[in-house]
Design a binder for this molecule. Sequence first.
Ligand SMILES: Cc1cc2nc3c(=O)[nH]c(=O)nc-3n(C[C@H](O)[C@H](O)[C@H](O)COP(=O)(O)O)c2cc1C
Length: 198
Amino acid sequence: MEKRSRQKKGVGDIGNSASGYNLAKEDITYLTYAAETLRNLEAPGLLLVTQGKRGRPNIMTIGWACLGSLWGRPCLVVLVRPSRYSYRLLEESGEFTVNVLPRNLAEVAAYCGSVSGREQDKFAARALTAMPARQVRPPVVGECVIHYECRVIHYNDSRATTMPPNIVQLAYPDGDRHRLYYGEILAVYADPDASGRL
Ligand SMILES: Cc1cc2nc3c(=O)[nH]c(=O)nc-3n(C[C@H](O)[C@H](O)[C@H](O)COP(=O)(O)O)c2cc1C
């Protein structure tokens, strides 16, 4: 029962967050923090949040992504290996959020990139807030300072036959080749003091 009412709230219900966090965040354009987001992608990594049709949301650290304009739409492309639990959730829902950590929480990226949501609830383990998103079902991470909400409009798989052998050797010695998910960015917002906390 509790779960059902939380799900309802999570879909596009701006400002109904019990924590009030979502109201405090300001709308920005997808380019406002592009440089900072890409810098955090390199280190410590960004937080990708996915959620299946049922069950709890999951956080996974990503270090590979592209931010730009595709088919006349703002897009974030994320690369997820089939072995990840997040892959299954993305396949189910076709939606995700990407969240930028403040510098004092950088350790969360190492944690979310080293354990699987199959075994652990990473939100609970790091006392993180699953804050309802505005346009998609997976929540955002309330403690993060920048948030992108995305819906998958295209995907493809990286193929060994269409990339240089040295990249295949380095990135895919055991297969498990990334699927690229092209997410149209439907909402972007940030804490008013985000720039000072990155
Ligand atoms: C800094 C960092 C960056 C990572 N980037 C990616 C990535 O872009 N794609 C990917 O599939 N895995 C990436 N990983 C690995 C996953 O985050 C890791 O396997 C995670 O435990 C998967 O969680 P899940 O099983 O709950 O989905 C990265 C890990 C770290 C620490």
